[in-house]
Design a protein around this ligand. Structure first.
Ligand SMILES: Nc1ncnc2c1ncn2[C@@H]1O[C@H](COP(=O)(O)OP(=O)(O)O)[C@@H](O)[C@H]1O
Ligand SMILES: [Mg+2]
Length: 266
């Protein structure tokens, strides 16, 4: 090995850059000082450098995965208050957070009234999946409907359906608030069909599946879609009051969440 004499910081950084060791490139001085301060041996110094670089890469991967999933908010399992939602079995959710169901290409449905934490749990599980290296995309049903409509109009539907068939987990949030158009409903069926037994779908809905035909506007299509969707699936029914209303009640703004009627629900 050629002995490199008094290589400059700049030259060292350029070498790190060629190897795409971006943390070492940016923080070399500081890391070297730390290694000296901790009296690390040369081997320990190498290990320290490599582990820091790996950690940075892992953090970047997770950050990019979360950005790419387009979650509407930051929601985690850690900040889900299970005590406030007794209809949810915390153990069951923690088991789902192990994500074996995604490995097995099963589907998951969260059904229940507004504000009970369906979207929160969907995002939280999506984040866990990204941490484990899985690809995740999040769409509200309304977004997905218009996306499919647009792709059909622009003649890019084949590519769009292919693209949507790829992620390990597709989250379809708020299914039931807005009906799918006559054009997009069969496309949604094609999407569900393409992912069947291959990739997972997580759906949240305020409507029981018996009412989904009104969302898709076609009973036969709905039966066919539910056939694929429910074959390998877990359904979690969440009951109870809206968490937002519970919070308001705690603040003393309401005597009873129910007393607020529908005016304060989302
Ligand atoms: N058990 C809970 N613990 C902590 N926050 C909750 C809980 N349930 C709901 N929330 C919060 O209340 C709001 C409404 O919940 P969300 O998941 O959007 O309800 P849904 O999708 O069922 O309508 C969100 O800000 C969510 O983070
Ligand atoms: Mg929701």
């Amino acid at each position: 090995m050629a002995v490199v004499k008094a290589i400059s910081n700049q030259e060292l950084a350029a070498l790190a850059n060629r190897l795409r060791l971006t943390l070492i490139r940016d923080r070399m001085e500081e890391m070297l000082t730390m290694a000296v301060d901790k009296k690390l041996s040369p081997r320990e110094t190498l290990e320290f450098f490599f582990r820091q670089e790996i950690r940075r890469r892992e953090e970047n991967r997770i950050r990019q995965g979360i950005m790419g999933a387009h979650f509407p908010a930051v929601r985690t399992l850690e900040d889900f208050d299970f005590e406030a939602q007794p209809s949810i079995d915390a153990k069951q959710i923690k088991e789902l957070a192990q994500l074996e169901w995604i490995e097995q290409a099963k589907n998951l449905l969260f059904l229940g009234p507004p504000g009970v934490g369906k979207t929160h749990l969907a995002i939280a599980l999506g984040r866990e999946a990204i941490k484990l290296g899985m690809s995740v995309v999040f769409y509200s049903a309304e977004e997905l409907g218009s996306l499919l409509d647009r792709a059909l109009k622009e003649g890019t539907i084949k590519q769009k359906l292919y693209q949507l068939s790829k992620p390990k987990l597709l989250i379809l949030d708020e299914f039931g608030y807005t009906p799918f158009s006559a054009a997009s409903a069969p496309l949604l069926f094609r999407l569900v069909n393409s992912r069947y037994e291959q990739k997972s779908i997580l759906i949240t809905s305020n409507k029981p599946v018996s009412e989904w035909a009104s969302v898709l506007g076609d009973a036969t299509l709905t039966t066919a879609m539910l056939d694929r969707l429910l074959h390998h699936s877990e359904i979690i029914l969440i009951r109870g009051d809206s968490y937002r209303l519970l919070e308001k009640r705690k603040e003393g703004l309401l005597t009873s969440a129910r007393a607020a009627g529908t005016a304060l629900t989302d």
